[in-house]
Design a protein around this ligand. Sequence first.
Ligand code: IMP
Length: 434
Amino acid sequence: MPLDIVIGAQWGDEGKGRVVDLFSQESDLVARYNGGDNAGHTVQVGQQTYKLHVIPSGIIHPETVGVLGSGMVLNPQTLVEEMTLLRAAGIEINPERLWISDAVQLITPAHRLLDQAQDAALGKGQIGTTGRGIGPAYVDKAARRGLRAGEILEPEYFAGRVRTHFEEVNRLLTGWYHYENLDVDAQVTAYLGFAEEIRPYIRRIGPLVQIALRAGKTVLAEGAQGTLLDVEQGSYPFVTSSHTTSSGVFSGLGLGVQPVRRVIGVTKAFQTRVGAGPMPTELDGEAAKVLRGTGANPWDEFGTTTGRPRRVGWLDLMLLKYAHEVNGFSELFLTKLDVLSGLEEIPVCVAYTRDGQTLHALDFSGDARLLSRCTPVYETLPGWSEELRACRRWEDLPSAAQDYVRFIEEHTGLPVTSISVGPERSALITRSSQ
Ligand code: IMP
């Protein structure tokens, strides 16, 4: 009864979509357990590119069931739009192969407005949220007044709750943030329409996933965002509002830890970040352009959800070691190694200095203030000039690229079991421990 977990080891956007795509070929269920439509996976299959924000990207495999777990926050409108897109692309979506937990918290357009108003009000201290209403929906969950998907199954009761929600948020938006009055009637009607469309998909997920596991089926838990955006373990307060780390899987799907087989940490060969907050190895200038790309390709470093250019920097092994500590990875999946081709030298952060002291392990309790005072200490590795996009075996890689991978393994103590060298599904090197 294996449960495999795919986790972003950095600040999100590590290329988890393609990892999930690969593993979901062998998985019966693919489950999201955290976050909402702040996430964005780009998956390239043949000539087609899919951008998914809510539905697990594994759904593009015809035999796979997609699960939206209770740890998520779900915007019914985004879900309905995504279902329509996928159907137009010839992918079958029906309640047999898409399950929504009855305990999922719902996001409304009022949450989105509140998210945008609250972040803007922070002025210089802005988090730079995706504006998708994630924070306010999780606030409502913790305050025990959130709307849960299961309530949709009782239409009259749900309609009353939705109206109360819109009226309350409207009072806050107009009274505190000086927004224009919402047309509550129109909002409620539109929202109930989307809710009605997702009603056939709502289930109690925990027992179904347990039954699947007991029957020997393979479940893949697909993390959204990355370790350093975890609401507790990340660079607080510049984080998202959910548990992005492996511990979120168990509460977010209603499972125990027994079935875990692999915890796959996904890391780029360099560092990226969207939104505000400290990033010790951040770069500017020519090297940044190499790492970011021009934006001409879907895999360049521009946000899937917001289109914002991502901040880029050299690989930070201090943060990667920390990510291993809080997730318990069994292995690493290294993405975008090909992007480093052509650089004469590649600095890698192996330690920090802070307040006159050198740190080799991160005494980091999720505090952005401490992280912002850290200066990276680099070790510089030789680069390679060869293109890697055609490499398919470990032996095909230039020796400097092999050394780069080995360097990561030595510092983290983890095997790098897969390396991606291009956006196509096939641009992958799979290796057992060398
Ligand atoms: P929120 O999740 O929209 O509240 O945004 C909080 C922080 O998380 C911001 O810095 C966002 O840029 C970041 N964030 C949220 N989702 C993602 C993601 O999928 N990839 C990268 N960053 C994200």
